[in-house]
Design a protein around this ligand. Structure first.
Ligand SMILES: C[S@@+](CC[C@H](N)C(=O)[O-])C[C@H]1O[C@@H](n2cnc3c(N)ncnc32)[C@H](O)[C@@H]1O
Length: 207
């Protein structure tokens, strides 16, 4: 009960932080996430797509034309930006306010469930990834572009030390063990590709 309470409290705090940084998010992103990495991940999408933690919708213009898009995020301010982008670029997408840890979709709804730079900030990432697995069709795919804790011992330790600072300022954990979390959620790893050292990685998994 206490664990659920602390997850709820953390969820509200992180939601508030994203509401706060929404006006400057796109600027911050320019320095942190190279466009080519986004393209690589989003190019893999097919069919009925759910993007979780869609943010300001930076990926929306990159989807293959024949995808049907739904995006969810728990931050109304980030979603507001995503809606403006979709309207400006004439992109058909259903954008909904929702928590990844409690997705309001039936089991096996989507061919592709995709996230870019999201599971560093979801308070209970394993719960969120279990939800991703649940809503993905049995023959569907899960695509994750995430930054995570380095396996290089000294760098990993430095990330552990600096993590509280990042968590406080932007609500981001820089030391998540996302590949392990994906496995713990019951997803099957198809491949993992290092995109920037071993910090940014592309993970392809199946439910
Ligand atoms: C670092 S931003 C990434 C946004 C976007 N995916 C991108 O690549 O630009 C993380 C996003 O995940 C959202 N997020 C974090 N935890 C969430 C949760 N539990 N449920 C829904 N959205 C969440 C935040 O509101 C934020 O928009």
């Amino acid at each position: 009960m206490e664990t659920q309470d602390s997850t709820n409290r953390l969820t509200r705090n992180i939601q508030k932080r994203y509401n706060r940084i929404a006006p400057v998010y796109d600027l911050m992103d320019k320095i942190t996430v190279p466009h080519r990495m986004r393209e690589k991940a989003i190019n893999l999408a097919r069919g009925e797509v759910l993007e979780v933690g869609v943010g300001t919708g930076l990926n929306l213009p990159l989807y293959p034309r024949d995808c049907t898009l739904t995006g969810i995020d728990f931050s109304p301010k980030m979603l507001q930006k995503a809606r403006a982008r979709a309207t400006k670029d004439n992109i058909q997408v259903k954008l909904l306010q929702m928590d990844i840890q409690q997705l309001d979709f039936p089991d096996h709804s989507f061919d592709t469930v995709i996230a870019t730079c999201v599971f560093c900030s979801v308070p209970d990432p394993i719960l969120g990834l279990k939800e991703v697995r649940r809503v993905c069709k049995k023959d569907g795919q899960v695509i994750l572009l995430e930054h995570m804790r380095s396996d290089i011992p000294l760098l990993g330790l430095l990330m552990d030390i600096l993590n509280p600072l990042f968590l406080y300022i932007i609500g981001n954990n820089i030391n998540r063990m996302t590949v392990e979390n994906v496995k713990k959620a019951g997803l099957n790893i198809v491949r993992v590709e290092n995109l920037k050292a071993d910090i940014y990685r592309l993970i392809v998994a199946s439910p």
